[in-house]
Design a protein around this ligand. Sequence first.
Ligand SMILES: Nc1ncnc2c1ncn2[C@@H]1O[C@H](COP(=O)(O)OP(=O)(O)OP(=O)(O)O)[C@@H](O)[C@H]1O
Length: 472
Amino acid sequence: MPQSTQHTMSQSTDGTLKVFARWRPPTEAEAAEGEICYRTIPEITGLSTITTIPEEDSVKIRPWGIVPETPWTSAPAFSAVLTPDRDNATVFETVVKSSIPQVMEGANCSFFAYGHSGSGKTHTIVGYDHQNNQELGLSLAAARNLFQAIHSLNHSNESSSQGPLGIGLSVFEMRNKVAVDLLNNGQECAIKEGHDGKVHIRGQPEMLEGGEVRVNFIAKKPHWTFETLEKDLLEAISLRSVGSSHVHDQSSRSHAIIEFEIINQVLIDARNSILDAKAKAVPMGKEQDDLQYKLSELRKKKLGAFHNVDPAIMALNVNDTMDRLVDLKKQVTRLQNQVTAAEQNADDILKGAHSPCVGAKLVFVDLAGAEYHKFTAEKATALQQSHQEKQEGCQINFDVMALKEVMRAWSTNQPWIPFRSSPLTMVLREYFVGQKKGTTAMIVTLSPAKERYTATLNSLRYGSLVGAPKGK
Ligand SMILES: Nc1ncnc2c1ncn2[C@@H]1O[C@H](COP(=O)(O)OP(=O)(O)OP(=O)(O)O)[C@@H](O)[C@H]1O
């Protein structure tokens, strides 16, 4: 039960990283058991601290639990503390709304929900009551607002040769070390870092007619209206993996990532051209490597090396093979030039777009809750988890700690940001880098149930670490 609840409007110390706390209402059973006592204290900086109050009645003593002897007080880390009476529409106004103009100016903005199982992350990010505008999740409310801004730009820009603006939707989850494409039947995608440091999420190669191999990236579906985007997004989210956590057996066991990118048809076509050019270049490159290998085998044999060579290779005519190799090299160079030109074209479209918002991204991440097995009933339930679930739990803990370091390094303009620390932070890299810095915010979702005191305190500690002002 909050001793005093303070709702402050969003303010930020540096304009880029904000942390919010959101308490959800108790269920009937939780209310009957009693609630965690806490107090919000606004600081002069505009940030708030949260103190938990271990009054006799505030934290239930459990047989194997630990009862805190002293109050715990956070750092002044919270831009706003949203009390249980605040609905999703209010959370949107407080946390997300100011980022819509930033995205329209070309900045990337990202929002993370962090909290233990059942604390309200999915309620906050996606929402459950989609008929009720007041309870639309932040991602959907943001998409609706973004479409309003885009449509008015489309009307004022009707003559644009690049076509109207829309939103490219990607929805995937990070499960262990792979990305699972929820817009493409749950296809597993590998996470690869390119020579340029950019991280790509690659799907399974697709065999095309004529032997071409198309390596698709994670699906990005273009949408021109909010209604079609909403339908796709909700269908994708329904495919998320669930498992047994310490609270219930329908817990999200993955980090879900919802990405909106502002696009136009010209950009879509340019990106398809890159994939087409690569599809042609890949088999040629492979054939070239293959011939080079065969020729080296033939040379070794010619030099008298004691070496078993495949009879099929021995049967090759060296001169013909060399001619074919020279020809292939020319073709591969030509195709690689086509790929480079297609990539350059896509970059030029982004730079020369009629609106600076083309290519800007707005991202929502529903983080899997970290596991805290140290105390109480959570340990008992954890023991019933399968080996795979325990491994996932370790990876989840690792990911969220890596994310905290990335956020702190990024918000304090460190020259080196540890994006490579975990697959999650590798994938998130592109949302943090960019010409313009937009808002990044963490919403720590909190359960008021005494039963969940340890987990709630751990979430608060995490929020406090992420949001503590620079240098602390
Ligand atoms: N702010 C809120 N107001 C009303 N109900 C809420 C709120 N937050 C959460 N709930 C309810 O609490 C339950 C658990 O919420 P939710 O599924 O969002 O938790 P979660 O943190 O995503 O859990 P998990 O990590 O296990 O998936 C749901 O029934 C949801 O409707």
